[in-house]
Design a protein around this ligand. Structure first.
Ligand code: ATP
Length: 247
């Protein structure tokens, strides 16, 4: 089996004003390619800390995050940034788009970390814009878009480098219920097409769209199980995903 990522005995200790905080106390799990995992847990259980490790944004105190066969703990900061830019797609609650850039330019942002942008890249960015239903908005700037449309730009941006997985941090936290369904439909369709998704949420409704749920408690995995009676967002979605096979 091929794995998008493997997490081995991951520990993170913070030292703050003489106090020691065990944020992660030995986390183990594998994410096979094509999985759709939701990570849940109460406030302070370690979700953000784990997300930072999965996104190679911070280093563990001990243990490993293995990404595409690379033990990330052995990489330099530069190698880690390179890996992050090329192998992980990020979607954040607050979209994190650049206000001065158009839809297409925002989708292309991760390419600049990689180096030159080719005409094939421009074509792919346009295909991704179309895929998320924004083919007629490519010249718009974020302020001219609704929250749901901005999040669609972020999803397209997360795919531009063909990442090993999409890491989504409360991606629907700022959206109303109808738009939440649209974004979840998009994730579902992406996952149906083989994309691996790891999503952090505190909402049961959102979690139930995933295939698998990992629940953290006090820095440990409390539960890791397949989701029965998965909820499908398709019934409510209005997004044109016909171009997905181009991605
Ligand atoms: N930079 C830091 N320095 C010190 N302690 C930290 C730091 N970041 C997190 N912690 C502590 O680590 C523990 C886990 O925090 P974390 O932010 O990972 O939890 P969380 O599950 O994401 O919480 P929330 O849902 O509230 O965002 C908490 O006790 C927190 O106070």
């Amino acid at each position: 089996m091929n794995y998008a990522t493997r997490v081995v005995d991951l520990k993170k200790i913070y030292h703050l004003k003489g106090e020691t905080v065990h944020a992660l106390r030995g986390i183990n799990f594998d994410v096979p390619e094509g999985d759709y995992v939701s990570i849940m847990g109460t406030s302070g259980s370690g979700k953000s800390t784990l997300l930072n490790m999965l996104g190679c944004l911070d280093r563990p105190t001990s243990g490993q995050v293995v990404l595409g066969g690379n033990d990330t703990s052995k990489l330099s900061d530069d190698q880690l940034s390179q890996l992050r830019a090329s192998r992980i797609g990020f979607v954040f609650q607050s979209y994190n788009l650049i206000q001065q850039l158009t839809v297409i330019e925002n989708i292309e942002v991760p390419l600049f970390y990689r180096g030159n942008v080719t005409s094939a890249d421009h074509k792919r960015a346009r295909e991704l814009a179309r895929m998320v239903g924004l083919g007629d908005r490519t010249g718009h700037r974020p302020t001219q878009l609704s929250g749901g449309q901005q999040q669609r730009v972020a999803v397209a941006r997360s795919l531009i480098n063909n990442p090993d997985y999409i890491l989504a941090d409360e991606p629907t936290g700022n959206l109303d219920s109808k738009t939440t369904e649209e974004i979840l439909q998009l994730f579902e369709t992406l996952n149906d097409r083989g994309r691996t998704i790891i999503l952090v949420t505190h909402e049961d409704d959102v979690s139930h769209h995933a295939k698998r749920s990992i629940r953290l408690m006090d820095g440990r995995i409390q539960e890791d199980h397949a989701i029965e009676n998965r909820r499908s967002a398709n019934a409510h979605g209005t997004m044109d995903t016909s171009a997905l096979n181009l991605a």
